[in-house]
Design a protein around this ligand. Structure first.
Ligand code: CS2
Ligand code: MG
Length: 402
């Protein structure tokens, strides 16, 4: 089963996506997500200009060898662009292998460990009362877990609060939006949000919150402690993740569970956090975590240290990544939860799939392979549109983490 074609498809139904399609000499095809929000063309070029020609003629069944060939063969290892490109190849090869075996990919990963995948939805509005309304709506649709974000008085724009409709942080244009930030205003306000949500809905619903990398370790410790009465399921990305030992300080002060990892792309990024049990959930996902092959290694390491999975699932991860992630979610022993931000209708039309959401749970496709594809004709209707994630500055103008 030789690879005879490797094609990169860039499309922008409401937002940019990059997809790799591999085709074998016996007519099987496989797809992989290669989307890196705000740097999409870097990955498209890494694939088109450097990797695709290396794939032609390779045995499509040799997934591990191809992964090692692309990882070790690059010399310049790791990083989001490299690992997203490798992820796309790896995911497409797993899709092909499932089709060749006549099985959904989760069967090739050891079969089901659970019947369904528990997901969390997003409530993110400018005011607490609007957030409460959103939470009620999500509970009405059967969600058992809700990520809660809110506007902070005195801050004009803040992560996680949309401008109506689907929340997509990247904005089209030749420059990033600039947002301003005050840690003091944020820390003083957020506990009030969770007091109101617990007041309104009690303790049966899992509540999550994304700090989005913005605090120092001691500030994160303060927030974790302040939120303990509200029993969060997790506090996400409390600090910027380069300083792994920084999480020791947070751990010393609070029992609020910590989730980290959507910006990680290699097991080496999270090894210390896992082996020192400094986190409770690892957020790495198929598209940015080196594909199914590498993600399984990360999740198996995590399982040894009581760390559960909590994969990233924002709308800038395409339906191809979500489809693949659900196969991993349903199979791994240490599954925690899966983020689910529904894609737009235009996106779903470009990426036909057979995974499904029902009553707060998701079910991977039962078709051979991943159960997702890209409709290239529909994709061609939506040319690439330059877009950037925002940058974030403190109120005095100094650059901060977004
Ligand atoms: C966020 C993401 O979903 C999340 O947890 O952190 O929305 C993140 O901001 C985007 O994926 C960045 O492209
Ligand atoms: Mg996040």
């Amino acid at each position: 089963m030789r690879i005879v074609d490797a094609k990169v498809i860039v499309t922008c139904p409401d937002r940019n996506f990059v997809t790799l399609r591999l085709t074998t000499d016996d007519g099987l095809t496989g797809v992989g997500d290669a989307t890196l929000n705000g740097r999409e063309l870097a990955v498209a070029s890494y694939l088109e200009d450097h990797l695709c020609q290396l794939l032609i003629g390779r045995d499509a069944s040799r997934i591990e060898d191809t992964w090692q060939y692309l990882y070790k063969g690059a010399y310049w290892r790791r990083g989001p662009v490299t690992m997203t490109a490798i992820a796309a190849v790896d995911t497409a090869l797993w899709d092909i292998k499932g089709k060749a075996a006549g099985m959904p990919v989760y069967q090739l990963l050891g079969g089901r460990s659970r019947d369904a995948v528990t997901v969390y939805g997003h409530a993110g509005s400018a005011t607490v009362s609007d957030v409460l309304e959103e939470v009620a709506g999500l509970l009405g649709r059967g969600y058992r877990a809700v990520r809660v974000q809110v506007g902070v008085p005195g801050l004009e724009k803040i992560y996680g609060v949309g401008r109506g409709g689907f929340y997509e942080p990247a904005t089209a244009g030749a420059r990033p939006d600039e947002e301003s930030w005050s840690t003091a205003k944020y820390l003083n306000f957020v506990p009030e949000l969770f007091a109101a949500v617990r007041d309104g809905f009690g303790y049966d619903v899992h509540l999550l919150h994304d700090v989005h990398h913005r605090l120092t370790p001691i500030e994160a410790a303060r927030l974790g402690k302040a939120l303990e009465p509200y029993g969060l399921f997790w506090l996400e990305d409390p600090i910027s993740e380069e300083l792994q030992e920084g999480f020791r300080l947070i751990r010393r002060h609070t029992t609020t569970p910590i989730a980290v990892g959507e910006v990680y792309n290699s097991i080496w990024d999270c090894r210390q956090l896992i082996t020192e049990q400094l986190i409770d959930y690892i957020r790495m996902d198929v598209v940015h975590g080196g594909g199914i092959t590498h993600l399984r290694r990360v999740f198996d390491l995590a399982a040894l240290y009581h760390v559960r999975t909590g994969s990233h699932g924002a709308t800038d991860l395409s339906p191809v990544c979500l489809a693949a992630g659900l196969h991993v979610d349903v199979a791994v022993p240490n599954f925690g939860i899966q983020e689910y931000m529904p894609h737009t209708d235009a996106t779903n039309a470009v990426f036909p799939h057979s995974y499904r959401f029902e009553d707060g749970l998701m079910y991977p496709s039962e078709e051979p392979g991943l159960g997702v594809d890209i409709d290239e004709e529909a994709a061609a209707e939506y040319p690439y549109r330059q877009a950037y994630l925002p940058v974030n500055r403190l109120e005095d103008g100094s650059m901060h983490d977004w």
